[in-house]
Ligand binder design. Structure first.
Ligand code: NAP
Length: 174
């Protein structure tokens, strides 16, 4: 399965200063548990923001001199990254950022999207043109957590969308 995973605020933000606009440890824990054991496809900026990057992660970059953490691989296109990650035989998760979601969504069977039901200041937006409204909602669960930066409670809506007809990668069945 090829899936994407991310979290977005009410006003469409996903990032601030190279990290997340919010501090919600439980949401981060959900992300980590969901992608555990999968092959990850990661944009270069998101990769550089991560302390731990699991082996068999594929980084998308045009740079040829990127420092690679153990077991990671760099490629210069999203399609190549998806093919290499799929070839591991593991589930594949596209974990962002915005440029990766924008390029990879046609190939994704699922989008695990946490909707954080509050506006946050940010500098990186979730792409507007992913047609999630036309995808089936297969899971939708609300939980309330403390957001550490504001000290206020926030509702996180854990949603899973399924794309009706994801685009096939050459040689890969959807
Ligand atoms: N809320 C969430 O769930 C979530 C998830 C992930 C990330 N984020 C946040 O999102 C922000 C980063 O997102 P972003 O969109 O700015 O950056 P990004 O997608 O992480 O990385 C962008 C970089 O990826 C490479 N790239 C992307 N498409 C490419 C292509 N088709 N061919 C070759 N290289 C390609 C380029 O690297 P080069 O410049 O090296 O060529 C580009 O500069 C951060 O704030 C991060 O914390 C949030």
């Amino acid at each position: 399965m090829i899936a994407a995973i991310g979290a977005v605020s009410e006003n469409g933000m996903i990032g601030l200063d190279g990290w997340l606009p919010w501090d919600i440890p439980e949401e981060l824990a959900y992300f980590e548990a969901t992608v555990a054991g999968a092959a990850l496809v990661i944009g270069r900026l998101t990769y550089e923001s991560m302390v731990f990057v699991p082996p068999e992660s594929v980084i998308v970059t045009s740079r040829t001199d990127l420092f690679l953490k153990p077991g990671c691989l760099a490629v210069d296109s999203v399609k190549k990254a998806l093919l290499i990650a799929s070839a591991t035989g593991k589930d594949v998760f596209v974990i962002g950022g915005a440029t990766l979601y924008a390029a990879a969504w046609p190939y994704c069977q699922r989008f695990y999207l946490t909707r954080i039901e509050r506006s946050f200041h940010g500098d990186s937006r979730f792409p507007d043109d992913i047609p999630l409204a036309q995808w089936a909602i297969i899971s939708d669960e609300k939980k309330t957590y403390l957001e550490r930066k504001t000290g206020q409670s926030v509702v996180c809506r854990f949603m899973q969308y399924q794309q009706p007809r994801p685009r096939a990668l050459p040689g890969i069945d959807c």
